[in-house]
Design a protein around this ligand. Structure first.
Ligand code: LMR
Length: 396
């Protein structure tokens, strides 16, 4: 049976991490996978997480099944984090949140749920989008189409192109939007643009699916959820996939959430029963550990404040790195304009190099970027930025 299989290439993002690991060059730089690194290049466990783990170790009483929904406390805390505790969808009891194995798990559950609503539904994703979006949606049998988003030429948003395309989608379709810190471009919608997209969603009647993998990595926890909250205020039905991988640094614990908003409390209960069936037939129930840590942090004033500080530290370092690399490129005599990097948000920006130049950076300088020239900004440090800027200058 296996004999008919053809080997597939490694995942473009995860495969890069494996190559980096094998590289023995002491000057190597990893700007590939979207993982936060501190100034020393390490991805350490957050202090608030360490403390929550100690707490869990002493208070956990059972490993019995938790059911497809996951932890109710985690789910309600996540809903408050996403919407803010005063949002009308919570007051109207129109949202249901379930725990999922990471943000990717949330996306796959959402995709299967969409398929249950309409087999072969079309989902529109931004051009470009996270490399795995297409795979996750296609694996669930959805039809994936793209709307214009990033203007590579001007290194800005093609907002007119985006809006015009969204006006033409069908009311049966789903449109995926990145809540903040657009992956891979770092190019986010401003408040006015969110308003226009929300108005189009309402007029056209498509279902928004908002992917929020980086809440707190852009401007702040509240600011980064602005567009999502506005959309939830505007439309009747919506899906949200969120992740605790980056903002809680819980990557390998695989903890995220899938939230659905329905037209009424009764309607969303029916939809939620379908969502739970989807979970049951894929993985039965989510892992519990990451959810227990997040709920412990969010329900303790002390740990929550510590988390705010640690999150702000990660965000500030990334934003500082954005400015540092732009300055260093100028210092190294690069005349091409890279100022877009300092205007963009979150973990990533495009350098705007050709695939050949990206390959040359890898082969000649041990600098690892995804082929699209997406750069994970957290991989930059005071120690490597001169080497990075001079290598980019040489390649250019
Ligand atoms: C990324 O885009 O690098 C991250 O979201 C990690 C991943 O799973 O691809």
């Amino acid at each position: 049976m296996f004999g008919s299989l053809k080997a597939l290439p490694a995942d473009p993002i995860l495969g890069l991490a494996a190559k980096y690991k094998k590289d023995s060059n002491p000057k190597k730089i990893d700007l590939g996978v979207g993982v936060y690194k501190n100034e020393a290049g390490q991805t350490t466990v957050l202090n608030c997480v360490k403390k929550a783990e100690l707490h869990r170790q002493t208070t956990e009483e059972s490993k019995v099944y938790i059911g497809p929904t996951g932890s109710d406390l985690f789910n309600s805390e996540m809903a408050k984090l996403i919407f803010g505790s005063e949002h009308k969808v919570l007051a109207e009891n129109r949202a249901r949140t379930i725990s999922t194995p990471g943000g990717t798990g949330a996306l796959r559950v959402a995709a299967e749920f969409i398929k249950s609503c309409k087999a072969g539904a079309t989902i529109w994703v931004s051009n470009p989008t996270w490399a795995n979006h297409n795979g996750v949606f296609e694996a669930a049998g959805l039809n994936v189409k793209t709307y214009p988003y990033y203007d590579y030429e001007n290194k800005s948003l093609d907002f007119d192109g985006m809006l015009n395309a969204l006006k033409e989608v069908s009311s049966d379709d789903v449109v995926l939007l990145h809540a903040c810190c657009h992956n891979p471009s770092g190019m986010d919608l401003n408040k006015e643009q969110w308003q226009q997209v929300a108005d189009v969603a309402k007029t056209v009647g498509f279902t928004p699916l908002i992917d929020m993998a980086y809440q707190g990595f852009g401007v702040g926890l509240e600011e980064d959820a602005y567009g999502l909250r506005l959309m939830a205020d505007t439309v009747k039905e919506m899906i949200i996939c969120s992740s605790c991988s980056k903002n809680f640094g819980l990557y390998r614990e695989r903890i995220g959430a899938c939230t659905i908003i329905g037209e009424s409390s009764t309607a969303v209960d029916i939809a939620n029963s379908v969502l739970l069936y989807v979970v049951r037939v894929i993985y039965s129930m989510p892992p519990a550990h990451g959810a227990a840590l997040v709920e412990t942090i969010l329900t303790s004033d002390e740990l929550r404040n510590e988390w705010y500080r640690e999150l702000a530290e990660m965000r500030d370092r990334i934003n500082d790195n954005r400015k540092i690399i732009v300055d260093k490129l100028v210092e190294n005599g690069v005349t091409q304009d890279f100022s877009h990097i300092s205007r963009q948000m979150g973990m990533f920006s495009f350098l705007g190099l050709s695939p050949e130049q990206v390959q040359q950076l890898q082969d000649d300088y041990s600098i690892y970027l995804v082929g699209s020239s997406r750069m994970s900004i957290a991989g930059i440090s005071q120690a490597n930025v001169d080497y990075l800027a001079s290598s980019i200058a040489k390649v250019l």
